[in-house]
Design a protein around this ligand. Sequence first.
Ligand code: ADP
Length: 164
Amino acid sequence: MRIGVYAGSFDPITKGHFDVIKKSLKITDKLIVAVMNNVNKKCWFSLEERKRLIEILVAEFGEKIEVKNFDGLLIDFMKENKAEIIIRGLRAVSDFEYELGYAFVNHDLSYGEVETIFVPAAREYMYLSASSVREAATVGARLDIFVDERIIDIIKRKADSLKG
Ligand code: ADP
C-alpha cells in the first residue's frame, strides 16, 4: 500500500493544487492531503475552512483521498499515517531550490524512509499561487481560471467579509 502525503497551506486550494492531486492519485494507492496549521503564516481561511474547500473538490475520488489537518513536523505526520511518499508540486524554476532542500531534509530526518516525488505543474498553472487567487478575489477579478467553479462563491464571500 503506497500512501502519499501532499502537504500545503491551501489558502485556498487552486486549480494548480487540484491538478497535482489528480496526478498524484495515479502514483499512490492512497493520498492524504495535509492542511498545514502554520502559526507563522497568516491565512485568509481558517484551517477548517481550507479543509472543507478541499473536501468539496476531492469528494468525487471517494476513499482514495483523505483530507487531514497537520501541525508540527511533516516526518512525524508521515509516520503516524504510515506514509512513505511526500508529494510536492513544482512550478517555475524558483520553486526548485527550496523544494530540493526540503526533500533532502525530510529524507535525512526520516533515516531514508521517506522519499519526495515532484509533480510538475501543468503549463497553464505554472505561475498560479494561492496568493494570486486572494489578490484577484480582493479586486473582484474573475476567479474561474484560478479555482474550481464549485468553490468560487465561498472565496468571493470571504473576500467581501475581509473588506468589512
Ligand atoms: P501556495 O504556494 O499556492 O500558497 P502551498 O504553500 O499550499 O501553495 O503549496 C503546497 C504545494 O503545492 C507546494 O509543493 C507547491 O509547490 C505546490 N503548488 C502550489 N501551487 C501550484 C501550482 N499552481 N501547480 C503545481 N503545484 C503547485
